[in-house]
Ligand binder design. Structure first.
Ligand code: FMN
Length: 511
């Protein structure tokens, strides 16, 4: 609908000769539940669930007469009335802190001038003109930034390993494969602010001594791909990518590679095999990519969101960044809120925010008066967190301690109607399909695990099957080659930990 709304808006502005009003196509505002959205600046009037036939009224009443169209204002579900007039007043945004998403929904991602107006490429200029490679690495290390792609590895340390390698060729890769069901964080960054990733990759290239970067993005994200292509062209024209960046002599180029929707290709070694034109299957580690990665050369691979944190850290300093978050998890985290929640959408919160704040204050709670049951974090590699842990501050370590994980940021809320055995079956169905087949524990193990789960959900399972689930899960975790198999049993183990009675309720010999 949004392109139609935009077309209608342009037509109406022309009809009324409102030449001094600009229509800007932006990336995502985050509040998916209320799209399509029009924000009228400078006052930031927030019109939601707009239809093409509403546009005439917005133009004639608001833009010509200066009167807000009450009917189209954002509805506050909790207060059950149309009341939110300004974007900043919405509870959805109040508890958020936008570092990664700061430009998403505000600038035209296809216009480098708008990125430049938001301090774009200032960080690159700063590192190239006033910082040594080691100083850049120290700054990132001191910031405490950890990888947002799932593993949580310290980014500065990864860059340092690669920087120390002596080699004539090194690479920087941006992992934009984003295969978790329910995750769309990286997509929104690429669609809303593609230059931030290019700027960060060039900074990374300078820091480790690489002059070539690849963005591996899934082909199912055509808008992200197109905006990246436009951004790369504009960055080259502006002189922030290419042979002699900002006249400093530093050379850095970026190419896009498309993934074909295989979840395992998000795993770093499988991804690099895929870029090399080989079948996307993981390799054993070590060697780690920082030592021997793409084409056997030292390579830094980081997630989209990790990269999006780099320019703000360089611009504002490591101590600014590390003042946000918890002791061991610094900065913010972007989450894709989905499932049984009023405000489905994309949010960014400081690490340490509680799940209760995310689900009830930002997310608006559970729809239709239902009770919260659990939240699944970390997608197919993660697990569920129950009501008794809603006050847990979100960070890498607390979520892992609860038997789940931060993962890349998918957060699926489940209510009293969800069967937890079925939730585990859903994720196993996914991982079994996505197993690449290279190692036996994952290939055969996930198939057997799914068979047992199907037997139980069909009401044909036994108590012995529940024991088999536990034993087999541990074997798959211990024996699999890569993170896919090593984490595939997590949804089973965590639902067994917190909801064993639901498994028992399904089996034939429950007495
Ligand atoms: N990392 C991503 O950034 N995006 C992905 O889509 C992704 N998919 C993965 C899928 C599997 C099965 C596994 C095991 C890992 C995946 N990862 C993904 C993690 C990467 O292997 C790697 O840790 C990450 O790209 C490193 O970047 P970071 O340090 O910035 O997090």
């Amino acid at each position: 609908l949004s392109p139609k709304i935009m077309e209608e808006l342009e037509k109406q502005l022309e009809k009324h000769q409102l030449e001094n009003i600009r229509v800007i196509k932006t990336g995502c505002f985050g509040l998916c539940a209320k799209g399509p959205i029009i924000v009228v600046h400078p006052e930031k009037t927030f019109y939601t669930q707009v239809k093409p036939e509403d546009v005439g009224e917005i133009v004639e009443q608001h833009l010509l007469k200066g009167e807000v169209v009450q009917r189209l204002l954002c509805k506050d579900e909790q207060a059950e009335k149309y009341m939110i007039e300004k974007l900043d007043d919405l509870p959805f945004y109040k508890k958020q802190k936008r570092i990664v998403l700061k430009n998403c929904g505000f600038i035209n991602p296809e216009d480098i001038d708008e990125y430049l107006a938001m301090d774009g490429y200032k960080a690159l200029e700063k590192v190239l003109t006033s910082m040594s490679r080691q100083q850049v690495i120290e700054e990132i290390k001191e910031s405490g930034l950890r990888g947002r792609g799932g593993g949580g590895f310290p980014t500065g340390l990864k860059w340092e390993f690669a920087a120390k390698q002596e080699n004539d060729q090194k690479y920087i890769i941006c992992n934009a494969d984003e295969g978790d069901p329910g995750a769309f964080m990286d997509r929104s960054v690429l669609e809303g602010d593609p230059h931030v990733v290019l700027e960060a990759m060039a900074i990374g290239g300078y820091a480790i001594g690489a002059n070539k970067g690849f963005i591996y993005v899934r082909a199912e994200y055509p808008i992200a791909v197109k905006r990246l292509e436009v951004a790369i062209e504009q960055a080259k024209e502006y002189g922030v990518l290419g042979d002699n960046i900002l006249g400093t002599g530093f050379k850095f180029d970026v190419e896009i590679r498309l993934g074909a929707g295989a979840f395992v290709c998000g795993e770093e070694t499988a991804l690099m095999n895929s870029i090399e034109g080989k079948r996307g299957m993981p390799n054993p580690k070590p060697p780690f990519p920082a030592v021997s990665g793409l084409f056997g050369k030292p390579t830094v691979i980081n997630n989209v969101e990790t990269f999006a944190n780099i320019p703000p850290i360089i611009n504002k300093g490591a101590s600014w960044f590390s003042s946000i978050g918890t002791e061991k998890s610094k900065g913010t985290k972007v989450f894709a809120l989905g499932g049984k929640i009023v405000n489905t959408g994309l949010i960014e919160v400081p690490m340490g925010t509680t799940l209760r704040e995310v689900i009830y204050e930002i997310g608006g709670g559970i729809p239709n008066g239902k009770n919260f049951k659990a939240v699944q974090t970390g997608g197919p590699s993660g697990g569920c967190i129950t009501a008794e842990h809603l006050d847990t501050p979100i960070d890498y370590d607390t979520l892992t301690a609860l038997g789940s994980m931060m993962g890349s940021g998918g957060m699926i809320v489940l209510d009293e109607d969800n069967c937890m055995v079925d939730v585990a079956r859903f994720y196993l169905d996914f991982t079994k399909d996505e197993s690449c087949g290279k190692c036996t524990p994952c290939r055969i193990g996930t198939t057997r695990l799914l068979e047992i789960l199907e037997k139980i959900t069909e009401g044909k399972g036994t108590l012995e099957d529940i024991t088999k689930l536990e034993v087999l899960s541990e074997q798959i975790k211990a024996g699999s080659l890569c993170g896919l198999g090593q984490t595939a049993p997590n949804p089973v183990l965590s639902t067994l930990k917190y909801f064993k009675e639901e498994y028992i309720a399904h089996v034939v010999d429950k007495k």
